[in-house]
Design a protein around this ligand. Structure first.
Ligand code: UTP
Length: 294
């Protein structure tokens, strides 16, 4: 039965992790950027945790070459487990267990060539199947009191439409982002327009697409024939603009901080912000910053 005629539930989340991470070279030459550590866990673990907190049951990773460490991270390390057990390191063992999705809850597929985000999402089509799904860009770390994806799923339960998370950026920076135009629609924000990197002075708002989406499966049909767009890549935004002609899109305004950990400055800022919010590390980190005379 078509999902559009029955009340659908978001069970699956897609994590595209096949990008080359060129903005963070040389750190990302041999280590996937998603495995770089923010405070005490890899970037990808933070984002998987956000999805689990929102009730996601199946985690789909679109990987590429040199990304094997991500698959290993979400697997049991028998030798490590055994050594920790032998040494009675129960706390460390529990930490490993908490981070791990259950058996059969992860899937990995490969994007053989990095043809763009839209192409990476399309590579997940067989595993997602005919149901709406969440899409989380792992390098965009969302940090706030209310987890972003949870709020989006609550919103989806109300209207069953596609959703794009957005956040406010300074007016003079809108040309660097995907920007949406909005209008009130019931108790939610309907999207009237989506523009990728609008020319200066032409943006319909200062609300930028943040890297969290809920999309209906019809996006895959559009992506299947999507031409290459900006940067010679198959762009997700282009496909969403086409889908918006036949389906409703809503905006979810994320009330928190967003760090682009795929960039050196975003990564450093994320470590600082999450470190200062960490119950055990906040005080010593503050003291260390003070000693630097900042
Ligand atoms: P980015 O453009 O931020 O990632 O794509 P990138 O290409 O790895 O980074 P730079 O620009 O070279 O530094 C956003 C997300 O889409 C994924 C990336 O892994 C990232 O999570 N992506 C991008 C793919 O999975 N495949 C692609 O072909 C492109």
């Amino acid at each position: 039965m078509s999902q559009s005629t029955s009340k659908a539930r978001i069970r699956k989340a897609v994590f595209p992790v096949a990008g080359l991470g060129t903005r963070f070279l040389p750190a990302t030459k041999a280590v996937p950027k998603e495995m770089l550590t923010v405070v005490d866990r890899p970037v990808i673990q933070h984002v998987v945790d956000e999805a689990r907190a929102a009730g996601i049951e199946h985690f789909i990773f679109v990987t590429g070459r040199n990304k094997g460490a991500i698959e290993d991270h979400f697997d049991i390390q028998y030798e490590l487990d055994r050594t920790l057990r032998d040494r009675n390191k129960i706390k460390e063992l529990q930490l490993l267990e908490i981070d791990l999705p259950g058996a059969g809850q992860t899937s990995f597929t490969r994007q053989q060539s990095p043809l763009g985000l839209g192409h990476a999402v399309w590579c997940a089509r067989e595993i997602v199947g005919n149901e709406p799904f969440a899409l989380l860009l792992p390098d965009m770390l969302h940090h706030g009191d209310a987890p972003c994806l949870k709020g989006m799923i609550d919103s989806f339960d109300r209207h069953q439409g596609n959703i794009v998370a957005v956040y406010e950026v300074p007016d003079n920076e809108t040309h660097q982002y995907g920007i949406v135009g909005i209008e009130q629609k019931g108790g939610d924000l309907g999207i009237t327009q989506m523009v990728e990197k609008p020319a200066k002075g032409t943006a319909p708002s200062n609300l930028a697409i943040s890297g969290r989406y809920i999309l209906k499966p019809e996006i895959f049909d559009i992506l299947a024939t999507q031409e290459r767009g900006s940067g010679g890549e198959i762009q997700l935004t282009d496909a969403m603009i086409t889908l918006a002609k036949s389906q409703e899109f809503y905006a979810h305004l994320f009330d928190g901080d967003i760090y682009d950990t795929g960039m050196k400055i975003g990564f450093l800022t994320a470590n600082l912000a999450l470190g200062l919010a960490h119950p055990e590390l906040a005080a010593p980190l503050r003291a260390a910053i003070k000693r630097m005379g900042l």
